[in-house]
Design a binder for this molecule. Structure first.
Ligand code: HAM
Length: 422
């Protein structure tokens, strides 16, 4: 137990850190190009935020939240998703008083859901999320999907499908609820207990049930797209035209309803095919009522969340992971323990010149230092000591070509920096 991470969690080990950094660098760069600025919100929030924001009938709220009482007897929940916290911060900081839209992203935000762990499903995962507050036009969703597909394209991912749907608004959704209830009414007895409970409170949730018997019944249900009001239909059509104009392939998929209650109009997912079942890499949509429901002014909004672990798994499966950069380019070997001080100073001088350098921290013999330098994958060994040091030079050995050169001690860091860093 003591040396085992809790079920459904993963360590990011040092040898994987560069992968996360590579992803994060790309995400930061594209976010900046698209005019999104970073937001960081707490890992935990008041439980009520998610009950109200995500919805009391969702699986996330009813089954999956890590909720506990703190020492002040407040109910606290570890973030089960990123949107509600970002909206809370937007309202609390009165960001709505600034020129809108306010465009924010969060990077590698830890998300906690008590789920059954399996491939690509963890109890702690990390999301890159983007939220645009204050834009009502479908250009918002088109821009988000454009950024998303640019990112996935830059990562080398192909054969992903963008599934889009519209789940209507306050005006037209009740009409769909009625159509759905009329269809499900006689069949309700054959559905799971959860769906029976959802029937009155939130029938749309039934479309998201994972139970086979419910899925089979739902497959014949009326489509929400037939119940959209004129405004929602026009919004959805315009989004499709924008995506087509950007040459982003997409499929209209009326089965996408998403597992969170805040969505209005557009919902979308990016699906990758893993065996028989598709797994969502990313999910998002428009949520025009959430800001007001959480105490802010009436402000339209949209966003998405992308699961970073799923991206890394998929990049690994497709052989697209970047190579790990060297940990140290130059190993500074001290020729004899009495030269440790000079070697130490030289290592610092290399670092100051921008060279990734490492010296002996373990009191190793010269032979053992060479071995270690090899294991480190260093490109060069700089030898500090011996008669070379008496003459004021260091010897630089290229570990690939075995070629050796002598460099004056004072200029060596600069010269080595230009050789190593180009
Ligand atoms: P979500 O679809 O619940 O949406 O999660 C977004 C993404 O997080 C998923 O597509 C998936 O890649 C990843 N993910 C979700 N659960 C797990 C898990 N248990 N293990 C590993 N990865 C997982 C949201 O969370 C919304 N807040 C997205 C959003 C932002 N909508 C509007 N703005």
């Amino acid at each position: 137990m003591l040396t085992q991470a809790p079920k459904g969690t993963r360590d990011m080990l040092p040898q994987e850190a560069y992968l996360w950094h590579a992803l994060e660098d790309k995400m930061r760069r594209l976010s900046a190009l698209w005019g999104y600025r970073e937001i960081r919100t707490p890992v935990f929030e008041h439980t009520e935020l998610f009950q109200r924001g995500v919805g009391g009938t969702t699986d996330i709220v009813t089954k999956e939240m890590y909720t506990f009482k703190d020492k002040g007897d407040r109910s606290i929940t570890l973030k089960p998703e990123g949107t509600a916290g970002a909206v809370r911060a937007f309202v609390e900081a009165h960001m709505y008083a600034d020129p809108l839209p306010a465009k924010v992203y969060y990077l590698a935000a830890p998300i906690f859901r008590y789920e059954n762990p399996q491939a690509g499903r963890l109890r702690e995962h990390h999301q890159f999320g983007m939220e645009c507050f204050g834009g009502k036009e479908p250009t918002v969703e088109a821009e988000l999907i454009n950024l998303l597909m640019t990112l996935l394209g830059e990562l080398g991912m192909e054969n992903l499908s963008v599934h889009i749907n519209s789940i209507g608004c306050k005006n037209c959704r009740p009409r769909y609820h009625e159509a759905l209830r009329a269809y499900l009414g006689d069949r309700l007895g054959d559905m799971c207990a959860d769906c029976q409970a959802r029937f009155e409170k939130n029938p749309l949730r039934i479309l998201d049930c994972k139970q086979e018997k419910c899925k089979a019944i739902v497959s014949g249900a009326p489509s929400i797209l037939d119940c959209l009001c004129e405004d929602c239909r026009a919004h959805f059509e315009r989004l499709q035209a924008l995506l087509a104009a950007q040459k982003i392939p997409f499929a209209v998929d009326p089965t996408i309803v998403r597992g969170l209650d805040y969505y209005t109009r557009t919902v979308f997912e990016v699906i990758m095919q893993t065996g028989r079942e598709g797994l969502a890499l990313c999910g998002g949509g428009r949520y025009d009522n959430l800001i007001e429901e959480l105490g802010g002014p009436d402000t339209p909004a949209a966003g998405f969340g992308l699961g970073l672990e799923r991206i890394l798994i998929e990049l690994g499966n497709r052989g697209l992971l970047p190579e790990e950069p060297s940990v140290s380019d130059v190993y500074v070997a001290n020729i004899g323990a009495d030269r440790q001080t000079e070697a130490f100073a030289f290592t610092q001088a290399l670092r100051a010149a921008g060279v990734k350098a490492e010296g002996d921290l373990c009191g190793r013999s010269l032979k053992a230092q060479f071995k270690y330098a090899d294991k480190l994958g260093a490109k060069f060994i700089a030898l500090v000591g011996g008669e070379e040091l008496e003459r004021g030079v260091v010897k630089l050995r290229d570990l690939k070509t075995r070629e050796e050169t002598e460099l004056p001690l004072a200029e060596a860091p600069g010269l080595i920096a230009s050789r190593v860093n180009g």
